[in-house]
Design a protein around this ligand. Structure first.
Ligand SMILES: Nc1ncnc2c1ncn2[C@@H]1O[C@H](COP(=O)(O)OP(=O)(O)O)[C@@H](O)[C@H]1O
Ligand SMILES: [Mg+2]
Length: 243
């Protein structure tokens, strides 16, 4: 079968509630294909982060079907492979970073994937260079600024050479320069992703479809969300279309 002909992430009627709470995800369907770049925009508390955690197997839905890379995933061991192949950039960088130094944090993933120490260091250095973080190797992770932490988090994800990225509000709290950097990186990466953000211009610049979430479900009515508008372009020269 051609890799484009079936969804690489296929969620059917997924329902999830936190203990004692109402369903946050409610009979949600999502099909994500190779080459997709989906933006997800919805008010706080609508279940966007929960959805990402379900895809990664960090939360287990009460009901519904999850197929990823053409295989049904249910058990914890099914998700081990998924977590190697899908990179999640956590909404909070402090959930992502746990090693004393930047290099150790970035090398952790490749080492975990079975790379030698030398290979892991080489990949980490390359990734840090790619993100403009050369020279950060020996910095103490917890002393970094918010923007630096976000970029190092991104490095830890990219160093695992994932096939898909799930990016949870990557621009939050970043200065304009770092925001521009992240946008450039996304535009230059040859990778499929789902990107959560509250910023329509950012999504318009970096994604091909924009979905929203309401009542625990995904709505894909793009027309309702992309509209003509006048604004000053925060990101300068990044080309993007308005519909
Ligand atoms: N660990 C948790 N325990 C209980 N409720 C939670 C937890 N995490 C999130 N929620 C609740 O689930 C809902 C969806 O949260 P979340 O997925 O983080 O939304 P979003 O990412 O769209 O802001 C919110 O009402 C939130 O309060
Ligand atoms: Mg969230």
């Amino acid at each position: 079968m051609n890799e484009n002909s079936y969804p690489i992430i296929n969620l059917e009627k997924i329902t999830y509630s936190y203990p004692g709470g109402p369903p946050v995800i409610n009979e949600l369907d999502l099909k994500f294909y190779h080459g997709d770049r989906i933006g997800l925009i919805a008010p706080n508390g609508n279940g966007k982060t929960t959805l990402f955690h379900i895809i990664m197997g960090l939360l287990k839905p009460a009901s519904g079907k999850i197929e990823i890379f053409g295989k049904s995933v249910r058990e914890e061991r099914d998700f081990l492979d998924i977590r190697r192949r899908i990179g999640l950039l956590f909404q909070d960088a402090d959930d992502q970073l746990f090693s004393p130094t930047v290099l150790e944090d970035v090398a952790f993933g490749p080492l975990n994937l079975g790379r030698s120490k030398e290979e892991a260091i080489e990949i980490s250095r390359k990734t840090l260079n790619f993100l403009g973080l050369a020279g950060f190797e020996n910095k103490i992770t917890f002393k970094l600024s918010g923007g630096e932490k976000r970029l190092v988090s991104f490095a830890t994800v990219l160093a695992m050479e994932p096939e898909i990225l799930l990016l949870d509000e990557p621009l939050t709290g970043l200065d304009n320069q770092t925001r521009g950097k992240i946008i450039d990186i996304l535009l230059n990466l040859d990778i499929s992703y789902i990107l959560i953000s509250h910023e329509i211009d950012f999504l318009a610049a970096t994604t091909k479809q924009i979905y929203t979430m309401e009542n625990g479900m995904i709505l894909s009515d793009e027309k309702a969300y992309i509209h003509k508008h006048d604004h000053i372009h925060q990101f300068g020269t990044i080309p993007h279309k308005h519909m």
